[in-house]
Write a protein that binds this ligand. Structure first.
Ligand code: 2AM
Ligand code: CA
Ligand code: CA
Ligand code: CA
Length: 265
């Protein structure tokens, strides 16, 4: 299947999955917890992951799938084609708000991002990108990010920074809160990356994200010139959970140096 046909195939699979998720609102959703009381998962997360995997296994038998809910493959290296899938990114929002969540999908070949999709299911908004072919918000082509400054930036960041943690210096983050134009916490890493790529926020910072949270968004971010790394400035981790900062290229370095200040360096 060429890239064009694959793009059409993926979009139709994502729309069908979105349809299933919207339909799930009509029946009871069963909520379980994973690592702790606020780490939620539902039958819908699991069913949507299985839906994608069923299709991928049937139509792309040589490809591997790295999915949050564990129905895919065990991925320890990124050779070949790997689909990185988060069936519902922002499960807490899905459960409590019935909005502000997304399907996130990134397709990588030998570790290089080729295609990225973030679908805001409730708003029926699809953000997507094909490496070298630009990033899009529905039918609108997204423009390269223009230069900005911290004082004119909106920063996406979860409030967990305010709790005791080993990643950020509180004083530096408090300074960021003072000096940035505004802070936002949307609760879906994938949506926040889609917002970064479409210029709605200027940076997204998280103390802990997994490969499926960022895989789709990274392809998109790359197409508009955004820069992503962990808190030490190394490339974003596509095999394990890690710290993460993606930003407009004119503030990424400054965010790392002046505001994030990794404690472990
Ligand atoms: P999820 O809803 O798919 O679990 C919330 O701030 C963001 O962080 C969401 O994108 C959420 O994804 C993700 N997230 C929640 N718990 C996480 C964890 N333990 N490790 C990595 N990412 C997590
Ligand atoms: Ca989860
Ligand atoms: Ca996620
Ligand atoms: Ca998820």
């Amino acid at each position: 299947m060429d890239q064009h046909a694959m793009d059409r195939y993926i979009k139709s699979m994502i729309k069908e999955a979105g349809h299933r998720i919207r339909n799930s609102f009509l029946s009871d959703i069963s909520v379980d917890t994973k690592a702790h009381a606020n780490d939620l998962v539902t039958n819908v997360d699991k069913e949507v992951e299985k839906f994608f995997i069923r299709h991928i296994r049937e139509d792309f038998p040589g490809h591997r799938v790295f999915g949050e809910e564990g129905y895919g493959d065990t991925i320890e290296e990124l050779s070949g084609i790997v689909w990185m899938l988060d069936p519902i990114d922002g499960t807490m929002n899905f459960v409590h708000q019935r909005r502000n969540f997304a399907i996130s999908l990134g397709i990588y070949e030998d570790g290089v991002g080729k295609m990225g999709y973030i679908y805001d299911v409730v708003n029926d908004d699809l953000y997507y990108a094909v490496a070298g072919g630009g990033a899009y918000y529905n039918d609108e082509r997204l423009q390269p990010l223009i230069e900005t400054d911290i004082s004119e930036s909106i920063i996406g960041m979860n409030a967990m920074w305010a709790t005791p943690n080993r990643h950020v210096e509180h004083e530096a983050t408090i300074r960021l809160v003072h000096e940035a134009r505004g802070m936002r916490s949307y609760g879906s890493a994938a949506l926040e990356l889609a917002y970064l790529a479409s210029g709605r926020i200027d940076a997204y910072i998280s103390m802990r994200l997994s490969p499926w949270d960022i895989a789709g968004g990274l392809v998109m971010a790359n197409e508009v010139g955004a820069v992503a790394s962990n808190f030490s400035g190394q490339p974003a981790n596509l095999l394990k959970s890690d710290t993460f900062v993606a930003a407009n290229p004119s503030i990424h370095g400054k965010l790392l140096e002046d505001y994030i200040k990794p404690k472990h360096i």
